[in-house]
Design a protein around this ligand. Sequence first.
Ligand code: SF4
Length: 428
Amino acid sequence: MAGMNAIPAPLATPEPTPVAAAGQARRITHPVQVGKVQLGGGAPVVVQSMTNTDTADVAGTVRQVAELWRAGSELVRVTVNNPESAAAVPRIVDKLAMMGIEVPIIGDFHYNGHQLLTNEPACAQALAKYRINPGNVGFGKKRDTQFAQLIELAIQYDKPVRIGANWGSLDQSLAAQLMDENARRATPWDATAVLREALIRSALDSAHRAVEIGLPAERIVLSAKVSGVQELIAVYRDLARRSPFALHLGLTEAGIGSKGIVASCAALAVLLQEGIGDTIRISLTPEPGASRTQEVIVAQELLQTTGLRAFTPMVTACPGCGRTTSEFFQELAKVVQEHVRGKMPEWKITRPGAEHMTLAVMGCVVNGPGESRHANIGISLPGTGEAPSAPVFVDGEKTVTLRGENIAQAFVALIDEYVDAHYSRSAA
Ligand code: SF4
């Protein structure tokens, strides 16, 4: 008798699910030139970050911008909140240029941007882009006038702008107007849907106003940031559907530590997979004493693990378990990751393509040799009770077995040899 636990008859083998090609359905927007970096228009997704120094502190800000740039930030935003900061901007840009760092610097303005840019023409000229928050441009009648002034300055200095609406500083008059309209609907939306619409409309209406004033659509980037993962996905899907503008993605106030990383990546991965997003920032709160560069590394790793871009060789490592004899394999995974990340600025110039190399560091023979064969170079360390030897696989073939105290140094040397042999020196 066929009971509830009966095993179903085998079915015909179904067609395999295809693996989606990264960026296959990339949304094509207006291209926007920010210094020498293109956003949108089919360009690769750009990584950006923001300093947390006092911009008026020229030396401190230059140091942090340089650090972010060396970590891989392709655009860096600084706050411009007072005359001292505005006066510092051209000096910061000059000092960076003297150091050979030509990363575009974006000015972040709230409330007084129209005054600062008018009073400091050298700042208006030195910045590569102005970020304007339509909820913080000004109040009442002044808002439209001050917004128009900012756009006219962007036209005058030939600069792009990001119109960046934010959940935390929503245009309250627009929100109230949409709440009133909603109350007259036969079936009113829920309040959060109205607020999401206010955020989107704030960005879109401001962009259309900027175009009316005379700023070309090719000089406008939009963002509409919220701090909830599902809300962010919903907002950007709408924004992408309703506008042709390049989009800056970011979960605002993502938080500290793993929570901030997970929340940002959960939201941005969904949007990037749908082809939405031309530039990203991971807005992490740094742990006390931690480097600001973590947000850049997370952004790069998000783009690389989803197959959208390659920045540095990726290390596959097993999590370890009771079969692993010691912490040695964890240390080796860390040494290898830090080695290739440290070498990448040099390899970028002398060994182009090295960023696509794959590495594996595995803890024992269970999955070690198999995973190592899938990598360009992989090592399988001895687990508990296994012979004290570590076979190395190069492009699927076992080439050498490492033993003794210097396995880490020997493996790192093999990585360098592989890079030298497989990635040609550029003409530069
Ligand atoms: S490869 Fe070995 S050590 Fe690593 S998780 Fe698997 S069984 Fe454990």
